[in-house]
Design a protein around this ligand. Sequence first.
Ligand code: AMP
Ligand code: MN
Ligand code: MN
Ligand code: MN
Length: 281
Amino acid sequence: MFYDLHAHSTASDGTLLASDLIKAAKNADIDVFALTDHDTVAGIELAQAMAKTVQLYFVPGIELSVTWKGKTLHIVGLYIDIQDQLLRQGIEKQLAFRQWRGEEMGRRLAKKGISDIYDKALEYAGTGVLTRTHFAKALVDKGYGNSLPKVFKHFLTLNKPGYVSGQWASLQDVLAWINAAGGLSVLAHPARYHLSKTQLRQLMKEFKGAGGDAIEVISGSQIRKEVPTLAALAKKYDLYASQGSDFHDPQYPWTRLGYLPTLPEQCKPIWQHERFIHCFQ
Ligand code: AMP
Ligand code: MN
Ligand code: MN
Ligand code: MN
């Protein structure tokens, strides 16, 4: 079985419609696939219907933003009940902040003479949730840089003109929402947060203490050389290991579908979790 438990559609900052994403996953010989859009479940029903048609095991998911010690972390929820009230209320709050943050980013860029970016970003977002990826595309489009990583670095990160610090939910709240919705919680790409070893251990401890289930040992958006360290951390804190492409766009070569390495031997794969198997049947 090939598992990919982290991917984005046009419901957030991916470029494939949720149903097309499912077809692409099927074509890439993926057996079990999760849709995990940023702070939204808007693509789930469309994905679920297509998964049934093409006979792919589908995992309803989400990637929720968290503010932890002033940093933004991402927590993936898998097998969530998208009708759950607590989760839905949580999502509403996240989206309200996203909306305000997007407008504020537009205002701050405009103050620096970088105007008309907000409207272009909205165009890129279409009916999906507005993210920094859409601002990055707008900036490239208007000639402020020639690649997404470059415009992120110069405009959309800490101390740069378009950066607005996160005011997302707390780690405890997000884990409570996922838990209420019957889901499993996964700390996404832990190697991407620029945490010291001490901070990373503290995060593992808090995450485990608050009921977290797994960490992404393998992620298409995290450097491969971190895999042994993350596998050791998962073992130390008795957490399951997850894996996902973090797929956004067929044009990004670093997050192709169907090309993940295997989890190290010492890992307990999240699909061996009792609730994963239960939901799977
Ligand atoms: P947001 O949740 O709106 O702050 O947007 C975060 C998203 O921006 C991430 O999920 C990535 O898809 C994208 N992103 C963040 N940093 C970079 C980067 N350096 N280069 C390209 N994309 C990035
Ligand atoms: Mn993204
Ligand atoms: Mn992420
Ligand atoms: Mn992601």
